[in-house]
Design a protein around this ligand. Structure first.
Ligand code: ZN
Length: 441
């Protein structure tokens, strides 16, 4: 006992849960699964998941309600103006170059622009993370990638149910054999079907049945891999879907037909992308372009960047262009012409833009329906379940914590062991009001 004495200090405040196994988490997105898609289709597996776990009536995505930006919010807990992945399309206003959704997945600095997705944060704190097809997976972040990852191949068939099952088994294998703690997994439906046939079509209802069967398969696969005591599963989506009015049902918004507006006054534009648009007028022409468009159509919203409603959190980023346009539900903004029967990208207050949310697993309460919440709050919930320190984010654990079995540390007893000199022990014992008990070794 020359030098030091070891003190084992257990705080009983944190010792409630007995589950010693580290909690794992699988985050799944079914692209474009609107909150109410289970209302006109039989969904026994989604219903069972709600009974065995937690269901939210709906969740609110960030604006702009398109795929890459809203998925990056799920991974970071930040609003889009704060994480910087502001559109599905990478663009360069100087060269007027644009890249569609898929090639943009490979533009590293479009994604890696200051905000870390949860994979990297988890890995920095000693966990193992993976991702299958989730938007953002192809990029590295401050030099790091998800340690196990599968990037979506080009020209991928999003609809093949057998491939969905194979991918599910692959991910469960990652958890079981490679001991991953966190995986994000992406399915490109029912978005594709919703765009092509519209959200009210029989094709969309059939696709929701396929999603439901797959939810059943996912839970069965987890069980077969012996993961049901350790694996939590969150299933949600990036945005919803809304029917576009066609033909002579409505007066279409067609930019080149608007008096006083000319594409010649712009140095760059992003239109023909559903109901949203962004414009960069040539020097000195901002007021002219703005005045021509403002009030030009009763269902077209026209904002200067600095006048954007604060609730949309879509202004404070250099990548966002000086004029922002969006259309009301039912309408799209045609530069030339668009042909989808379903669209998203509308105001996130619109009910058609709200995704669904289900969660099940050892961390979650059972048979609980919770009030709607914003999807920025899923990130702090995930960090809490994994027991990692979150990065700066726009979410709040208080918005989602009530879903959990216990609001205390989910990984069980927290034990801190350290050594100290015998002399300091006596002073510690005198100052130990907050410590419930300690054990000398
Ligand atoms: Zn999407």
């Amino acid at each position: 006992v020359k030098t030091s004495l070891c003190l084992l200090w257990v705080s009983s405040i944190l010792s409630a849960p007995v589950n010693k196994e580290r909690q794992k988490l699988l985050l799944i997105s079914f692209d474009g699964f609107r909150w109410d898609y289970d209302r006109d289709v039989d969904t026994p597996n989604l219903d069972k998941m709600a009974k065995d776990g937690v269901k939210a009536l709906y969740v609110t995505p960030p604006y702009l309600t398109v795929t890459s930006p809203t998925h990056f919010t799920l991974l970071t807990g930040r609003y889009i103006e704060n994480h910087g992945v502001i559109h599905n399309m990478w663009f360069n206003t100087a060269t007027t170059e644009k890249k569609p959704y898929y090639p943009t997945q490979f533009v590293n600095d479009w994604w890696d622009n200051g905000t870390l997705p949860i994979w990297i944060t988890a890995q920095r704190q000693g966990l193992k993370a993976g991702s299958l097809h989730f938007p953002g997976t192809a990029s590295s972040y401050q030099g790091q990638v998800a340690m196990v990852r599968e990037i979506e191949p080009p020209l991928y068939n999003y609809k093949n149910e057998t491939v969905w099952q194979d991918n599910t088994d692959k991910v469960m294998g990652w958890f079981k054999y490679q001991d991953l703690d966190f995986v994000s997994m992406y399915f490109g439906e029912p978005d594709g079907t919703g765009h092509k046939y519209g959200p009210d079509s029989p094709e969309r209802r059939e696709m929701v049945k396929q999603v439901d069967r797959t939810v059943g398969y996912i839970r069965q696969s987890a069980e077969l891999h012996g993961l049901d005591n350790s694996l939590n599963i969150i299933i949600t989506a990036d945005h919803g879907m809304s029917t576009v009015y066609r033909n002579n049902q409505v007066e279409a918004i067609t930019l080149y037909k608007i008096p006083g507006f000319s594409f010649k006054d712009l140095s760059f534009h992003l239109v023909d992308y559903g109901p949203s648009g962004m414009l960069l007028p040539k020097p000195g022409l901002l007021e002219k372009v703005y005045n021509a468009l403002k009030g030009a159509h009763p269902h077209l919203h026209v904002y200067k960047k600095e006048e954007m409603p604060a609730r949309l959190h879509f202004a404070k980023n250099d990548r966002i262009l000086p004029i922002i346009l969006w259309a009301d539900p039912g309408y799209v903004i045609n530069g030339v012409l668009q042909s989808n029967k379903g669209e998203h990208g509308f105001d996130n207050e619109n009910m058609d833009m709200k995704p669904f949310f289900r969660a099940v697993g050892p961390a979650f309460r059972r048979n609980l329906e919770v009030e709607p919440f914003e999807t920025v709050n899923i990130y702090p919930l995930m960090c809490h379940i994994l027991g990692i320190q979150p990065e700066v984010n726009d979410g709040h654990l208080t918005a989602t914590k009530h879903m959990l079995v216990t609001s205390e540390a989910p990984q069980g007893q927290v034990t801190i062991t350290f050594c100290l000199h015998p002399k300091s022990l006596s002073s510690l014992l005198q100052d130990s009001n907050g410590i419930d008990h300690y054990v000398l070794q």
